[in-house]
Design a protein around this ligand. Structure first.
Ligand code: UDP
Length: 191
């Protein structure tokens, strides 16, 4: 059973349990949305019924932050550790390298996702990647979505900031991949 924090259902799986679930999802070519639920997102969802419903329909909702872990524990749920977007990205990269997965990095200012991907690929050679920035217009969006679809990523990291990335991933579930909301992770990875 998921932990219920202000009506948002958060998984209690640890980092390594979440990683296993994600590997399984990639291996089985499942289309899933991963929400990394930080306190701001949970608070925001309390005021936005559509966002709340969307998060509660996501296949994986991780406790992103010590505050969320604390709240869950306080409410009596056995949530033991936080599982953040950047932690997931960093843990998935070596797996992706070993399994020769394909990763699409979407988000951040122009050049940042490319730099993040390049650095990651130097550190963990073996995965294929493509990247695009997160400031595309409505007119540019269809060709971006086509690019992602044609690339057929095993993993789609979406760093458009919350809650934009959650809405975006939800409306593009037909990309049939494992999409993970990663916030500002590319900025950190690009260094
Ligand atoms: N961002 C983007 N497109 C937008 C708005 C934001 O790609 O239209 C990116 C921004 O450049 C940054 C990330 O989304 O890399 C948001 O990072 P932040 O740490 O503010 O978000 P959080 O991790 O809190 O969701």
């Amino acid at each position: 059973m998921r932990a219920d924090i202000l009506g948002i259902k958060v998984d209690k799986e640890t980092m390594s349990e979440t990683l296993l679930k994600l590997q399984e999802a990639v291996n089985n070519h499942q289309a899933i949305q991963v929400v990394t639920a930080n306190p701001e997102l949970i608070y925001g969802a309390g005021k936005d019924a559509r966002l709340k419903q969307l998060i509660n329909s996501a296949q994986i909702v991780t406790p992103d932050g010590v505050g969320v872990v604390w709240a869950a524990k306080h409410l009596g749920y056995p949530v033991v550790e936080r599982v953040t977007g950047i932690d997931l990205v960093e843990a998935l990269l070596p797996v992706a390298a070993e399994k020769q997965w394909r990763i699409f990095f979407l988000g951040s200012q122009p050049g940042v996702a490319e730099r993040a991907a390049q650095k990651a690929a130097e550190k963990h050679p073996g995965f294929q990647w493509q990247a695009a920035h997160g400031y595309f217009s409505r007119e540019e969006e269809p060709s971006l979505v086509e690019q992602i679809r044609n690339f057929k990523p095993d993993l789609l990291f979406v760093g458009l900031g919350a809650p934009r990335q959650e809405f975006w991933m939800f409306s593009h579930l037909d990309l049939n991949t494992v999409s993970i909301g990663v916030g500002g992770s590319f900025d950190a990875l690009a260094g």
